[in-house]
Every structure is written in C-alpha cells, then in structure tokens.
Design a protein around this ligand. Structure first.
Ligand code: GLV
Ligand code: MN
Ligand code: MN
Length: 414
C-alpha cells in the first residue's frame, strides 16, 4: 500500500484498552491506579511488559545508557524517524493513564499499520523515557533530558533518589543500563499523546487539546534547621521551630500564587519533620516547593518573592534554611507547524479541538529542544491526575490515538 495519509485508517479501541489494562495490572494500587516509581521492581515489571509488547510487534528495541527505551518500525527510507512516546513510571499514587497512554497508543498505532499493511516513508518510533515523574529522582523528565543532551550521562547516573539509592546502581540492578549512547537519535518530529491531567477540556466539552506550550517549572528543596525541644516547657518566644517555619512556607506560597494570579501555581507537596513526635518541637524540616508559570518572568518573580520570604523567616524564627534546586525548566513553546497539524487532524476527524498550554511537565518539552514537537491532549475526568482515580473515557482515549495516528502518518510522509 502506498505511504499516503490513509484517511480511513482507525486504531482498535478495544486493543488499546486491553494494553492499558495489562500495564495497569503491573503494580496496581487501591483506587485503580499504579505505583511504579522509577527504577523500582515495579517499574522493572512495567518495562518488561512494554518491551515484550514492542518485541511481539517485531520492532527493533534499543535501550540507552540511562534506560530510555526506543522501539523502531522501519519505513521505506533510512531517514530520521517520526517518534511518539511518553513514560511508564508513575508517582507513588499515580493513575493508569499518565504517560502509559501515550506509549501504549503508539504501540496500538504500530499494530494498526501492521494489520493494514501500511509502510510509511519514514521509520516510526515509540519510546518511553526513564524517570519522567521525578518523584524518586529529581529532576523530572530526567531520561528525556539526557536523551537530548541537556544533562550529562554521568551526572544523571549519579543522581540520588529520595530513598538514597543511586540512579546508575538502580538501573544496573533492574537490568536496564543499556548500551545505546546518549544523546539519542534526533527524530524528524516528536508527538506525545497524553491525558490533560487538568479540568479544561472536560469543562469546555472539548475532546482534543492541541498543546502549544508547557509552563516553566521550578522545584526547590528546603532544609530548615531549628532547635528540637520540649513541647510543654519551651516558651513560645524562645522557640526555633522548624515545623512552624515549614508550615509558614506552605501558607506563604499559597498566598503568593493568589497574589501573582495569572497562571502561577505553587505547591508544598512533600514535608518531612524531625523527630516528628507529638511532644517535641521539630528541629528539622525538609520540604519541597513546586512553582510553575507559563511566563518565565512570572516564574522568576515567584522565586524572587519566595527566596525573600525565606530570608526573613530565617531571621524571625531563628532557623537556618538551605535551598537546593531539584528542577528548573523554562516554559517551552512547541512547533507551530506540528501544533497546526494536530489541530487540523482533529478537526478533519470531526472532533472539537482547543489550543492550550500544558500545566504538567512532559518528555515532549525536552524533545522540543532537538526537533519539531507538539502534544495531543484528551480530557481527564474531573481534572484528576497524580491520583489513582485518574480517568479518561474510552471514546476519548480512542479519539486521541486516532489523531496521533494521522499526525504521525502525515509527518512520516514528509
Ligand atoms: C510531571 O508529571 C509533573 O508535571 O510534575
Ligand atoms: Mn505524564
Ligand atoms: Mn505525571
């Protein structure tokens, strides 16, 4: 069959759902979600399943030095592939669609093309990148960052997890320290299909998001050291309370987001107190601040105000506050041509479509450094994500995969 766009071609929705269910059954957690923190035994089980699916489809699978997995389907020409993909690691309380959907939809597209006997001009590739979530090893999008040459391999391998493990050791332990070098092959284009993870598409009754940008991300870990002391005997004025200081930071950033308005969001998502006992003033707190904004200037202003507040807090509470940057990525603008292609493809398939920014971080924002890139979003029920209850309707999953199919066919014919 010729390598034209095959406008009639559609993926098999049942087969896509079966793959999503199979990957969900690896490491399921209460509430319908998954826990596959990067490079744990659960991640290993997920990786093994997806690599088996890739090999069963006859794809050429390579594993690189930081564990990114890329599966290639040959085209008529030996040119740069059109690549899709995402990640299969999850946060500790993850949903079954975040990342997984984009990878498994890619495999469904391959099977659809196999069944129809379509060979594209360019090769097609489906990848999954190591540690997209950053929940175990910061920064997030670590594997795709290394893939595009944005972080040195040695530095990535030396990254230490929240549980103290070294990334390189964990990679070897689970058998995913591959030999394919990084930076990896530069695709002709990269398109990531993902659930929105926010409420916009559902609220507006729109099926497809043509993602134009990803907001900037600033993650800072704060270590606050005060004086551990007796909760009953220590007068309030004499306290150096790391717990109080940590709580103040959480309250401050919430107010900051309100004051700055616009797209500014702010979260204290992790907080560890020591010794964490009812009758002891906390002597130490380790907490994280996640700031995001679609505007780099806005994000810088949020950081400036936060850091100013920390300086004041250190003095007023008599504590020391040490900052460590876990992740810092500027906002990313996707390729207008690929965004247009996503929008036009969705419209041609009769879907409602909306251009939008992404609130979450994605591997696509790293691939955008090296090739034309965009994303396709589908609705997330109630806007829930990083939550086991994350859900997307089967019809929407199917619609997104069909848009991705035809976007890839068009790019692969170039
Ligand atoms: C990744 O999912 C992030 O946006 O934190
Ligand atoms: Mn994701
Ligand atoms: Mn996620």
């Amino acid at each position: 069959m010729a390598d034209t766009a095959h406008p009639e071609l559609r993926i098999d929705g049942e087969r896509l759902l079966a793959r999503i269910q199979a990957l969900h059954e690896v490491s399921p957690i209460d509430g319908g979600g998954n826990c596959r923190l990067a490079l744990t035994d659960d991640d290993l089980a997920g990786r093994d399943l997806v690599v088996t699916m890739m090999r069963d489809l006859g794809l050429t699978v390579s594993i690189d030095v930081v564990g990114n997995v890329v599966a290639v389907r040959a085209g008529h020409t030996h040119t740069a592939p059109v690549m899709c993909g995402s990640h299969i690691d999850t946060v500790r309380t993850g949903g079954r669609y975040d990342g997984n959907y984009g990878v498994l939809a890619g495999l469904e597209i391959i099977e659809t093309l196999d069944t129809a006997g379509v060979i594209t001009k360019r090769p097609l590739a489906v990848g999954f990148f190591t540690d997209e979530e950053g929940a175990r090893f910061a920064p997030d999008m670590l594997g795709s960052l290394v893939y595009v040459g944005g972080l040195a391999v040695e530095e990535a391998l030396d990254t230490v997890a929240i549980d103290g493990a070294r990334l390189g050791d964990e990679l070897s332990r689970i058998g995913y320290a591959g030999s394919t070098p990084c930076p990896g092959v530069v695709p002709h284009a990269f398109v990531e299909l993902h659930v929105e993870q926010g409420p916009v598409l559902e609220l507006e009754g729109v099926t497809i998001g043509a993602v134009e940008s990803v907001q900037g991300i600033s993650w800072t870990e704060l270590t606050i050291v005060g004086q551990s002391n007796h909760a009953g005997t220590t007068p309030m004025r004499l306290r150096h309370d790391a717990g109080y200081a940590a709580a103040s930071v959480a309250v401050f950033v919430r107010g900051l987001a309100g004051e700055l308005g616009g797209n500014q969001v702010a979260t204290v998502g992790a907080c560890d107190l020591h010794p964490n006992l009812v009758n002891v003033v906390a002597g130490r707190a380790v907490l994280t601040v996640d700031l995001r904004n679609t505007s780099e200037d806005g994000l810088r202003e949020a950081e400036r105000r936060l850091f100013g507040f920390l300086d004041e807090l250190a003095v007023t509470e008599g504590v020391t506050i040490t900052k460590r940057t876990l992740a810092r990525f500027e906002p990313v603008i996707f390729d207008p041509g690929v965004v247009d292609l996503v929008e036009q493809t969705a419209l041609a398939q009769g879907h409602t479509v909306r251009r939008m920014p992404s609130g979450a971080g994605h591997d696509a924002q790293m691939l955008a450094r090296v090739c034309p890139t965009a994303m396709v979003f589908v609705p997330s029920a109630k806007g829930l994500s990083h939550n086991p209850a994350e859900h997307t309707e089967p019809a929407d999953l199917e619609a997104g995969a069909n848009v991705l199919l035809h976007v890839m066919l068009a790019l692969a014919a170039e």
